[in-house]
Design a protein around this ligand. Structure first.
Ligand code: NJP
Length: 231
């Protein structure tokens, strides 16, 4: 395809793998994150565009949309992947961690969806892919705040799917289990996580799968776990 795809959280982890795979598939990729150097390198690799932005900042988000349209003239795909998480007992959570997780995971998804919708509606097509989490469907100790943000992001995408389907716009939600990334200050590539975690490329393949559905098909939801993950 020669579709134009915006991928948020593309500087590392899952988003980077998604950007690389979509570029190999022929998409023109607009990579978004705050780390400008990593994005520049990725833009070079993907022969695409890098637009540094904080997904929780509406002015930054509008700038991404403007740059994408200025360079490529259209937007076909939005992958809302940027996300952060930290884990603790509720009583120990600093309130600003609540703000950070809801700003990036929920408001970031909200702002990007809101910003692309006028263009998707005008062209009567477009595909939003949200990367949420398997914890949007289960609860666990130490996950009060992260889980609440992922339930919220998931509910928003589910409602949006119903709002836009009549306009030919698709919303697909992917729920990964453990993935070997930099998430929560992790260091990917250890012998241990090799056995217990999915690779970012596994999620990129899931994104490719939902995007390749024929025009009359929308994959609403796709849950994907390492075979070893018990919950
Ligand atoms: O994490 P990581 P993942 N504005 O830390 C970006 C979900 N998930 O790939 O801004 C813009 O390697 C950050 O870029 P930078 C998870 O909830 C994961 O695992 O330069 N971008 C980086 O590119 C999240 O939604 C697991 O710091 C911002 C990226 O986000 C998604 O997968 C399990 C930003 C994070 O890369 C990708 O996370 C699961 C901001 N304000 C769900 N803040 C898992 N790894 O096990 C951060 O169920 N980013």
């Amino acid at each position: 395809t020669d579709k134009v795809a915006i991928v948020t959280g593309a500087s590392r982890g899952i988003g980077r793998a998604v950007a690389l795979l979509l570029a190999i598939q022929g998409a023109r990729v607009v990579s978004v994150a705050r780390s400008a150097d990593e994005l520049e390198e990725l833009a070079h690799k993907t022969n695409g565009l890098a637009v540094p932005a904080d997904v929780a900042d509406e002015t930054d988000v509008q700038n991404v949309i403007s740059e994408a349209l200025r360079h490529y003239g259209r937007i076909d795909i939005l992958v809302c992947n940027a996300g952060v998480g930290s884990f603790n007992l509720l009583e120990h959570f600093p309130a600003d961690e609540w703000d950070r997780m809801f700003d990036v995971n929920v408001k970031g998804t909200f702002l990007f969806c809101k910003a692309v919708l006028p263009y998707f509606k005008a062209q009567k097509s477009g595909h939003i892919v949200g990367i949420t989490s398997d914890v949007a469907r289960r609860t666990f100790e130490h996950g009060t705040v992260y889980g609440a943000s992922k339930f919220a992001q998931d509910a928003m995408l589910g409602s949006l799917r119903k709002e836009v389907r009549a306009q030919g716009i698709k919303v697909s939600t992917i729920y990964p289990g453990l993935v070997d990334t930099y998430f929560n200050e992790a260091k990917p590539g250890s012998l241990e996580t090799e056995k217990t975690h999915l690779k970012p490329a596994d999620i990129a393949q899931a994104v490719r799968y939902v995007l390749e559905a024929p025009p009359h098909v929308v994959v609403d939801e796709l849950m994907i776990h390492p075979l070893t993950q018990e919950w």
